[in-house]
Design a protein around this ligand. Structure first.
Ligand code: ADP
Ligand code: ZN
Ligand code: ZN
Length: 828
């Protein structure tokens, strides 16, 4: 029998355009399987974990393949479908497989470039023939046990240390420190149980008596333990920490009982994922409109793979989802339920858990890396914990598309219009909704998009029959849509009727609501206190030192902050330009609204929900929870308050300054303003009572304000559509945005001009720019944008190939090597 020489293509966690090929030592041939991780050296002195993508028998043409160093996994950790999705993403979003892998794998499964080495057990047997450098390394390891390759570099004062390390490894002196294999450590818990001998009741009682006299603390502990077992007849053992807490004892006393042969300890692996046993409730009956929508959805799915459910706020879309999920589970298939990160509150999690119990697993950024690995492993079916064998509903934020499914039947993308489904940075700059459709296709599964305010693209796709469309126009329980009142603040100001940022009407309505113990939501699209400090004399305002943007004044910690880079500056006492002392605040943010409202309503409990108030891990849940339980009367917030929450005591919603959204220079600003206003309005009013929405704006006749007033999505849609058509925007044209970055302005000025000229040679007038974006310098890098608009009818593939070829040529130019080019396909 002959053994072939095997070569493997590996995905490294780097932005490499191509896969690297490595050679397999023959003794490892049998263990090589696509989807396992391996340790390799790259660029001679760096060690990485990479993922086996392909196995072949031909060596690479242009270089000599290096040997892989070791294999990390016993079983593949990535499935065939995942590889297909990754490949699609890399091709579609014009990025590398390494970048996709980095986004896909939870941190606990990823390479550490800081690879650590340690001495082998019998390194002393091999010391006879070491040289000076090797001696230094061994000496360092004898002192500190583990060192990184970077540290080796420093010790030897040379860059390429890998050959030395490898030589030493070959001779049995060194090995890669284990940690790289076991970064993920299952959590262990110690269980206390009675020993075999003491399962005899008589013996146990005798022991208790004698302990009672000699060692009362131990007797108490034993009694508490027995009580726990008695309360739950099924129970044979107790988690040590739980016992200590319950008995108010300590582990020392437990050990004494172990020594006496009464207790036994056993360490067991437990899951980190919460596994509270819950009573699973029956789902609610659908009302007649929901039932009809549900049937239509099922009918459409006979022919269409993708469906849009356009259901107004509070129509009960979630209840329909629950019924659909049940159907899919009955077929033995998995469901992925995607929501924007911020909407993944306990509210929705509990609603699903109530019906599906432990079949539901959550996957979002609030899980620890270890928990994420655990979800991943459970889905791969490598779990030792029976309770998770059946996870079949994944409730996730955008990264949920990356999990290892094996049998998906349905993907629900709720609030599909939300821009947080798009990842801006780093690459892959993907849209989870669009990627989800590709994922679904790999499994022959269905995709259901849901929204009260669909994105123009999705609605267009439904209107042109690419997707099925189901409408749900009635709110559950006949709850009326809120009454919308417009206030012209330009006029109010002229008449001097405004009290700070609040119109008379708004103040009156808040007062009435507070008197009736009803709640209020105030929406202001800006955080901080005041967006700008400005010199009254010369107009100077303090700017960030790293970015070309003015600093926002935050009163709570008396600071000026940059919302782009986090820079914190001091508040100037006088104008830096003219020296005058008269500096005024312009504009207002959520912090100011909160403070001023407190002056008008000193007895009300007012809270703020924005990026600043929710930095710590649980603060968001906390604020939402307090608002739900009526501990908070008024919630002031940014768009965070608009996200799919369901409160039942909110009677007033105030939108303080609609103009700032409408005037934002972006082709989507009208669409977004409509969505935000319609969504936040949807929070007003419940079963018993019609709510009110008060919109303060400069121009009540603005078409978008009028469409919100009339709750006319269709009108907004058709007007937007003709604008998009006229100005070559989606859905008629596809956009690709290139952003060039460099710290030298004149270099990037030339570079962006050069690249855009090159692009125009192949794509002509489809290429726009270069232009400086609104904020033209961020973190000390100057930015230039080039926008490419490709008409829908022409081949996007060809266009992408031309763009990539042009960029590769451009990057090959010596002058522009150091320019970073970000590619954003379908920028949002
Ligand atoms: P949407 O997601 O469309 O905004 P939800 O699914 O959150 O709406 O439903 C709004 C409210 O109405 C929720 O409190 C929900 O429990 C309730 N609800 C919806 N449908 C029903 C139903 N068929 N029976 C009982 N309650 C329902
Ligand atoms: Zn900055
Ligand atoms: Zn000045």
């Amino acid at each position: 029998m002959s053994f072939p020489t095997l070569f493997i293509d590996i995905i490294l966690p780097l932005a490499l355009p191509k896969l690297y090929t490595y050679r397999v030592p023959k003794e490892l041939n049998d263990s090589i399987v696509v989807g396992k991780r391996v340790v390799v050296s790259f660029k001679t002195n760096k060690l990485y974990t990479g993922l086996i993508k392909e196995i072949k028998e031909t060596p690479p043409k242009d270089y000599e393949a290096k040997y892989i160093i070791s294999i990390l996994d016993d079983e593949p950790i990535v499935t065939a479908e995942q590889f297909l999705l990754w490949e699609w993403m890399a091709a579609y979003y014009l990025c590398t497989l390494g970048e996709v892998m980095n986004a896909a794998l939870p941190g606990g499964l990823k390479l550490q470039s800081e690879t650590k080495i340690s001495l082998t057990e019998n390194y002393k047997d091999h010391l006879k023939i070491i040289n000076d450098k090797e001696f230094l390394i061994i000496e360092a390891l004898e002192i500190s046990n583990i060192i990184t390759l970077d540290e080796v570099s420093k010790i030897l004062d040379q860059k390429t240390v890998f050959p030395i390390i490898k030589g030493m490894m070959d001779r049995g002196l060194l090995l890669i420190h284990e940690e790289i294999n076991t970064k993920y450590k299952p959590r262990k818990q110690v269980y206390v149980s009675l020993s075999e001998a003491y399962s005899n009741k008589e013996l146990l009682n005798k022991e208790l008596d004698s302990l009672g006299k000699k060692a009362p603390k131990q007797a108490e502990l034993l009694m508490s333990f027995l009580k726990l077992l008695y309360d739950d007849k099924e129970r044979k053992e107790v988690v040590r920490d739980e016992l200590i807490k319950y008995a108010d004892s300590s582990s020392a006393f437990i050990l004494q009982l172990v020594k006496k042969g009464i207790f036994e300890l056993e360490e067991k692996e437990v899951s980190r994922l919460s596994n509270s046993a819950q009573d699973v409730e029956d789902k609610v009956d659908l009302n007649e409109f929901q039932l009809q929508a549900f049937q239509e959805i099922n009918d459409h799915f006979q022919e269409k793979d993708i469906l849009l459910l356009h259901g107004i706020t509070s129509s009960g879309k979630t209840e329909i989802y629950i019924h659909l999920i049940e159907e899919v589970l009955a077929q033995g298939k998995q469901v992925l339920y995607l929501l924007p990160e911020i909407a993944l509150t306990t509210q929705i999690i509990n609603r699903l858990k109530k019906h599906f119990g432990n079949l539901v697993q959550v996957y979002h950024s609030r899980l620890s890396e270890n928990e994420r690995v655990e979800v991943w492993r459970n889905l791969l079916n490598k779990t030792s914990n029976k309770a998770y064998e059946n996870i079949s509903v994944i409730l996730a934020a955008r990264s949920g598309i990356f999990l290892p499914y094996h049998n998906l039947g349905l993907i629900i993308v709720d609030e599909e219009h939300e821009n947080s489904f798009k990842q801006y940075d780093p690459a892959p700059r993907y849209h989870a909704r669009d990627s989800a459709m590709v994922l679904a296709k790999l499994f022959d599964a269905k995709t259901l998009l849901g929204s009260a305010t669909p994105s123009i693209e999705s609605y267009y796709n439904a209107a042109t029959n690419k997707y099925g469309l189901v409408n749900l126009t009635k709110r559950h329980g006949g709850v009326l849509l809120p009454e919308i009142l417009l206030v012209n603040i330009a006029e109010e100001k002229r008449k001097k009727l405004m009290k700070s940022h609040f119109s008379n009407l708004l103040i009156e309505e808040i007062k009435t609501a507070l008197d009736k113990k009803e709640q209020i939501i105030l929406f202001q699209n800006r955080r901080g206190f005041a967006p700008i400090l400005e010199c009254v004399t010369c107009g100077w305002s303090p700017h960030c030192i790293n970015c070309d943007v003015s600093l926002t004044y935050h009163k709570s910690n008396e600071s000026l902050r940059c919302h782009y880079c986090g820079y914190v500056g001091k508040i100037p006492k006088s104008c830096s330009a003219c020296g005058n002392n008269d500096i005024k605040m312009k504009g207002f943010g959520t912090e100011k609204v909160e403070e001023e409202l407190g002056i008008f309503f000193p007895d009300a409990v007012i809270a703020r929900l924005d990026l600043d108030s929710t930095r710590s891990k649980y603060s968001y849940q906390q604020i939402i929870g307090d608002f739900e339980s009526n501990k908070i009367n008024v919630l002031v917030g940014t768009q965070m308050v608009t996200k799919g929450l369901d409160f039942n005591n909110v009677s007033i919603v105030g939108i303080l300054n609609a103009d700032s959204m409408l005037n934002f220079p972006d082709f989507r600003s009208y669409e977004r303003s409509f969505q935000l206003m319609a969504q936040v309005s949807g929070r007003a009013g419940r079963q018993q009572k019609r709510g009110k929405v008060i919109i303060q704006c400069q121009n009540p006749l603005h078409p978008i304000i009028q469409h919100v007033l009339m709750n006319d999505y269709e009108k907004m849609y058709s007007e937007e559509l003709s604008e998009r058509n006229k100005f070559h925007f989606p859905p008629y044209h596809r956009l690709i945005k290139l952003t060039l970055k460099h710290k030298d302005f004149s270099l990037i000025d030339n570079a962006s001009f050069h690249l855009s000229q090159d692009l125009k040679k192949v794509l002509g007038a489809r290429v726009l720019g270069p232009e400086s974006p609104l904020v033209s310098r961020v973190r000390n890098l100057f930015l230039k944008d080039i926008l490419i608009k490709i008409e829908r009818e022409s081949s996007i593939r060809n266009a992408k190939k031309m763009i990539m070829d042009t960029i590769i040529n451009f990057k090959g130019l010596a002058d522009y090597k150091s320019v970073t080019v970000h590619i954003d396909v379908d920028p949002y």
